[in-house]
Structure formats: structure tokens, C-alpha cells
Design a protein around this ligand. Structure first.
Ligand code: HEC
Length: 331
């Protein structure tokens, strides 16, 4: 091999290696979509076969997430328990016996695909009929496997084992400091109280409060800095007046729930929990007439805190942004 050929071979190998790295991340994203939405790598719905005798249905109607949950640990329903699909559980290095008595050795990628497409576990046992069979292309199978390998660490930002990080953006200095400090005092009292009682499902609430400058454009920058500094699960009672659209757009991109924003005008988009917030505010303000702007803000913050607490309690230990928003909508 000449020196030049050698160099070319090395270059190709290098390009392949780096391409492989990027592909792995893309593959996981594709697998995530398949798992959560039932969409295949070609952008179309995959095909699922349910029941016995089998009936074909679009995979979008029976996405894995519906039964196995966002965290892959399974949601028991109607007497059947969808299996724990975290890679650690699937690949336990010994025989696993399920509550149904089904027993099998560990999974690997090939056996996993066989289970999903043919309904057979590694021992060749037929899986319960409640588990659909899926038609997967090779690319779908690769994407799904890549995703399941990563599922355990795929939790939403701000959620940690022992704490949940929330953010807020309030005017803490300057002409509106009175309002900002009033809301912050309520939020601090709330998190202190929750934490004294041991947190919610073992997670302490940690509130990151950032000053919201008066100038709307500066406030958007302050939000960017907050999100860059630390993963935040949701924004509570942020001061968005004058920057509603920009902040809503930022939040949408980051999939960040915004709870009870302090808007100048009427809110530009419906935020989760808004109806419950309005109802409670109306009910409460009939009992306690807020005497001024400051006490109105405090009332608003207190009700928002109450709603967030309830939604977190409803979501349980396996919290995700999706479960939290669902819970808020249902309040
Ligand atoms: C309608 C509910 C439902 C949906 C949707 C569903 N599953 Fe299941 N799944 C189950 C149930 C229930 C079991 C347990 C079967 C048993 O114990 O025999 C199961 C078992 C499994 C197993 C076997 C693990 C073991 O315990 O041996 C795998 C792997 C699996 N599912 C993957 C998937 C994937 C991947 C998807 C999406 C492409 C999916 N499932 C969609 C209900 C579902």
C-alpha cells in the first residue's frame, strides 16, 4: 500500500467512525418516535397486529408508551402487567420469572426484536395476547433497540432522584420588585413547607429564581440564561408581560411547561392548568377580597403552587412532563 492509499483508508475509517457516532444519536431519536408515537423510520405509521386471530391496526394506535410507559417500566392494567423494558431489566444475567410464571433467560438485541415482531420471549414462550405483534423493518428494529438501550436515562430535564428543579422569572429589583418579591415569598414558603414534609415522592422541590428585567427582550435573555445554567422541569409564575409570545416560543422549543404566567394582556396561549387556576382564583377571591395588586399576586402564586403540588402528587414517583401536564389538565 502506498502512503497515499494508506492515508485514504485512514480517512475513510475516520469518517465512518464519526458518522457512526452521529447515526447512533439519530437512531435513538427515531426509536423514541417509534416507541412514543408508533411512527417508523420511514416516517409512516408502523403496523401492529392485535388479538387472536390477529387484526392489523396502525402502530400509532398502540404505541409502546401506552402500555409500557414513558419510563419503560410498564403500567399494569386490566389484570395484565406490561413488562419492564429498561435495558437493565431485559438483560438481567439470570433467568427471570414473571408474575404469570413465565420464565426466560436474558434478552439481547436479536431476541428483543423477535419478541416484538413474533411475540416470543428468549425461552420461546408465547407472550400474552395483550402484547401486540409489530411489523418492523430492519431500520425500525435497529432504532427501537438503540432507544431501549438508552431508555433508562431518558428522563425529562430537572427531574433527579432526590430533587425536582423548578424555575421562575420575577422582577426582583427595580420598579416592579414589590410584585416579584411578593410572588417569590409565596413560592419560597411553599417549597419550604413541602421540603420540611420530605418533598414529593422523595424529591425536594428546588426553586431557581432569576431576576426578570423590565425590558421584555432582556427578560427573554434572562430565561435563556436560566435554561442554559441548569435543567428546569417547569416554570412557575414567571413574569412574561410584554414578552408573552417570545417566552411561549422558547418554552415550546424546550418543551418546558409554563404554569400560571403573570401576563400583561390575556395569555397568548392556553397554559396547562389554566382553567383550574381561574376557577380557584374566582372561588377564593369571593372569600378573601384581595385588597391590592400585591395580595392579588400572592393569591395567584399560592393557587399556582397548590395546583403544581396536586399535579406532582397525581403524577407519582415516575414523573414526566407529560404526566404532569396531563394531571394539571385534569384538575
Ligand atoms: C396494548 C399494550 C401493549 C403495547 C401497546 C405494547 N406492549 Fe409490549 N407487552 C405488553 C404486555 C401485557 C406484555 C407482557 C406479556 C407477557 O407477560 O406475556 C408485554 C411484553 C413485552 C415484551 C416482552 C418482555 C418480557 O417480559 O419477556 C417486550 C420486549 C415488549 N413488550 C416490547 C414492546 C414494544 C417495543 C412495544 C411497541 C413497539 C410494545 N411492547 C407495545 C403490552 C403491550
Amino acid at each position: 500500500m502506498t502512503r497515499r492509499q494508506c492515508c485514504r483508508v485512514w480517512l475513510v475509517a475516520f469518517l465512518l467512525a464519526t458518522a457512526g457516532h452521529a447515526e447512533e444519536a439519530d437512531l435513538q431519536d427515531l426509536g423514541r418516535r417509534l416507541y412514543r408515537d408508533g411512527i417508523g423510520t420511514d416516517g409512516e405509521s408502523i403496523v401492529a397486529v392485535i388479538g387472536s386471530p390477529g387484526v392489523e391496526v396502525p402502530g400509532t394506535a398502540v404505541a409502546c408508551v401506552r402500555c409500557h410507559g414513558e419510563d419503560g417500566r410498564g403500567r399494569p392494567e386490566g389484570g395484565v402487567s406490561p413488562s419492564d423494558l429498561t435495558w437493565q431489566a431485559l438483560t438481567r444475567p439470570y433467568d427471570v420469572t414473571h408474575p404469570s410464571g413465565r420464565r426466560h433467560p436474558p434478552y439481547d438485541a436479536r431476541r428483543l426484536v423477535r419478541a416484538v415482531t413474533m411475540g416470543l420471549d428468549p425461552a420461546g414462550n408465547e407472550l400474552h395476547v395483550a402484547m401486540p405483534r409489530f411489523r418492523l423493518s430492519q431500520a425500525d428494529a435497529a432504532a427501537l433497540t438503540a432507544y431501549l438501550r438508552a431508555l433508562e436515562v431518558d428522563v425529562d430535564p430537572g427531574i433527579e432522584d432526590d430533587r425536582l428543579v423548578l424555575g421562575t422569572l420575577l422582577p426582583l429589583y427595580g420598579p416592579r420588585a414589590d410584585m416579584g418579591q411578593a410572588a417569590l415569598a409565596v413560592l419560597r414558603a411553599w417549597t419550604d413547607e413541602i421540603n420540611r414534609a420530605g418533598g414529593i415522592y422523595g424529591r425536594r422541590l428546588e426553586l431557581r429564581a432569576v431576576d426578570a428585567p423590565d425590558e421584555p427582550a432582556d427578560r427573554v435573555l434572562a430565561l435563556d440564561r436560566l435554561l442554559a445554567a441548569q435543567p428546569v422541569f417547569a416554570l412557575v409564575v414567571p413574569y412574561t408581560a410584554g414578552a408573552e409570545a417570545e417566552i411561549a416560543a422558547r418554552a415550546a422549543t424546550a418543551e418546558l411547561p409554563v404554569i400560571a404566567p403573570l401576563t400583561g394582556t390575556s395569555p397568548t396561549s392556553v397554559t396547562p392548568g389554566e382553567r383550574a387556576l381561574d376557577r380557584r382564583l374566582e372561588r377564593l377571591s369571593r372569600q378573601v377580597q384581595p385588597s391590592d395588586h400585591r395580595s392579588t399576586i400572592q393569591l395567584w402564586a399560592a393557587i399556582a403552587a397548590e395546583l403544581v403540588t396536586e399535579a406532582l402528587e397525581l403524577s407519582g414517583r415516575r414523573l414526566s412532563r407529560a404526566s404532569f401536564i396531563d394531571a394539571l389538565r385534569g384538575l
